[in-house]
Design a protein around this ligand. Sequence first.
Ligand SMILES: Cc1cc2nc3c(=O)[nH]c(=O)nc-3n(C[C@H](O)[C@H](O)[C@H](O)COP(=O)(O)OP(=O)(O)OC[C@H]3O[C@@H](n4cnc5c(N)ncnc54)[C@H](O)[C@@H]3O)c2cc1C
Length: 207
Amino acid sequence: MHATRFVGVSDHELFPNQSRIKHPSRRSRTKSDQAITVAVSQSFDIIIVGAGIVGAACAAECARAGLKVLVLDRGPVAGGTTAAGMGHIVVMDDSEAQFALTAYSRTLWHQLVRDLPADVEYDQCGTLWLAADEEEMAEVHRKQRHYTERGVRVEVLDETGVEAAEPNLRPGMAGGLRVPDDAVLYPPCAARFLLGQAKHYEKSALR
Ligand SMILES: Cc1cc2nc3c(=O)[nH]c(=O)nc-3n(C[C@H](O)[C@H](O)[C@H](O)COP(=O)(O)OP(=O)(O)OC[C@H]3O[C@@H](n4cnc5c(N)ncnc54)[C@H](O)[C@@H]3O)c2cc1C
C-alpha cells in the first residue's frame, strides 16, 4: 500500500477492510493498539499529525522525496487554524529571518500557480502598505529600500497612485507601497490541493 493516505483517527478508517476493533477490556485494547502501531509503522515511512496547511505541505514534500506518508487528523482537512487564515501570501520584514522565510515561501507558491485548481482562488493582487501622513511615508521609503536591497519588487505610490490602486480607500492618504508579487488564496482548498499533490507524487513514483 503506497499511496498517501489521509485519515481521521479511528481503527476503522485505518483498516477499512477489517471489522471495527472492539475494546471490551484494557488488556485487549492494549493489544489492538500495539497491532495498529506495528501495522502503521510497517506501511508508512512517516506519519504527519495535523492536516492543516503545514501538515499538508510537509506531506507533499515528503511524498515528492519518495516517502510513504500517512496524515492523521482528529478532524477534517484544514479544520484548525488554516480555516481561519486570511490566505495572504506576503513578504514581511519584522526581522531578517522572517523576510527570508516569507520571500522563499512566496517563491514556492509562485512555482505552484500553474497547477492550482480554481477553488484555491489564487489571486496575485499584491499588497498595499498604506501611509496616512508624511511620517508614515518615511516608513514607506524605508520599506522600499529594505525590500529592493533584498531583491523584492516594490513600487512607491503617491496619493493618486493609492487611490487608483484601491478606489475604496478613504480620500487623503499620503501614499503607500505596493508589493505587486504578493497574493491571496483560500487556505482550506490550498491544504486539500497539497494533500492531493502528495498522493500524485506517490502514484508517479510507482510507475
Ligand atoms: C485570523 C488569522 C488570520 C491569518 N492570516 C494569515 C495570512 O493571511 N497568511 C498566513 O500566511 N498565515 C495566516 N495566519 C496563520 C495561518 O493560518 C497558520 O499559521 C496556519 O494555518 C497554521 O497551519 P497548521 O497546519 O500549522 O495548523 P492548523 O491549521 O491548526 O492544523 C493543525 C491540525 O492538527 C490537528 N491536530 C492537532 N492536534 C492533534 C492531535 N493530537 N491529533 C490529531 N490531530 C491533531 C488539528 O485538528 C488541525 O487540523 C492566520 C491565522 C489566523 C488565526
